[in-house]
Design a protein around this ligand. Structure first.
Ligand SMILES: Nc1ncnc2c1ncn2[C@@H]1O[C@H](COP(=O)(O)OP(=O)(O)OP(=O)(O)O)[C@@H](O)[C@H]1O
Length: 308
């Protein structure tokens, strides 16, 4: 896939002297969903604001569709839609007017057919004549997305799309994002919810203290850095791990009723078969087995702690 957004050696130092981005490099491919994960203050909003031309870079460059976001800002901005974190809508305006007006902000001529297409796409067509105020929280978020899509951008930025949103609405947002991707829109979202990245992103970028720690295919990342754990439940409780099993990475569970064995998913041999054999030989009676794959959250916490 061709690159649509290219960030090269980007730094941002605010007037206060605070260095919010430190030599960030990032290439985003057309048609992908990339999730930027990071703790509070990591630099996520600064990064997307710089790509969108709202914050001026201190050094480095950003291009969108080949247009430099500073030198050629009009052409770059036309390709971008930004859905802000806060609901910033005129409460008494009708849905259809709010969306049509956004198109005009980009100097695009009125196009009722395009506005209808966007409203239908977001299941807002039957609400087109409703004022915004009485709409549910979910519908208001859809209006924000419709406004960002009104001028037919190729790249959509979603800044924490599900901050303060309940589980049902979050799932609803995920299906909207999946539909947009199916229509070829490139999506860049920032999130604190690792499950959100796990559910919808193709690639994940982890950012902390103004630096990108990694950008990687989600599935590949989880396989590369993931570990698995085997929990073995026992008929009788243990007080310590028996001497014969000390060579294994074992942890005793609550009340000594189980042991947990952590193993590497990349290893040629997991060691499970020999472990179970040695447990039996040590006189332990096994009642159940369960495995667990480490999640993106485990990987994320490990990376951010590692940098600290
Ligand atoms: N205008 C500004 N002047 C000075 N410092 C700023 C300014 N804007 C942001 N910062 C600082 O830059 C750092 C990065 O902020 P940013 O909003 O990009 O982080 P974030 O990852 O989006 O955080 P959050 O998840 O909390 O929204 C923070 O320490 C913030 O206080």
């Amino acid at each position: 896939m061709p690159t649509i957004v290219s960030v090269r050696d980007l730094t941002k130092t605010y007037k206060s002297g605070f260095s919010a981005l430190k030599s960030v490099n990032l290439e985003i491919e057309e048609g992908e969903i990339i999730a930027l994960l990071g703790p509070n203050g990591a630099g996520k909003t600064t990064l997307i604001s710089t790509i969108c031309g709202i914050v001026r870079p201190t050094s480095g460059s950003v291009t969108v569709g080949g247009h430099d976001v500073v030198r050629d800002f009009r052409a770059a901005r036309e390709l971008i839609g930004l859905v802000p974190q806060e609901i910033t809508l005129e409460p008494f305006e009708k849905v259809i007017n709010a969306v049509s007006f956004s198109r005009g902000l980009f100097g695009k001529a009125a196009d009722p057919a395009q506005v209808e297409k966007v409203l239908r796409q977001l299941s807002l067509w039957d609400k087109k004549d409703s004022p915004i105020q009485p709409l549910s929280g979910g519908m208001k978020r859809r209006v924000l997305i419709a406004k960002a899509l009104a001028h037919q951008p190729r790249v959509l930025f979603l800044d924490e799309p599900s901050a303060g949103v309940d589980v049902e609405l979050r799932k609803d947002m995920w299906s909207v994002v999946a539909d947009l991707k199916a229509q070829g829109v490139t999506i860049i979202l920032t999130t604190h919810y690792i499950e959100e990245a796990e559910a919808i992103a193709d690639r994940v970028g982890v950012i902390n203290k103004g630096e990108i720690l990694l950008v990687e295919d989600k599935v590949g990342l989880m396989t590369r850095m993931g570990q698995k754990q085997l929990q073995v439940d026992l008929a009788g409780p243990l007080t310590v791990v028996p001497e014969a099993l000390r060579g294994y990475a074992l942890e005793l569970g609550p009340g000594g009723r189980s042991v947990t064995y952590t193993y590497d998913t990349k290893g040629e041999r997991t060691g499970i078969v020999t472990l179970l054999g040695e447990m039996r030989a040590a006189g332990l009676q096994i009642t159940d087995l369960a495995t667990r794959q480490s999640s993106l959250e485990d990987i994320f916490v490990g990376l951010v702690r590692g940098q600290a």
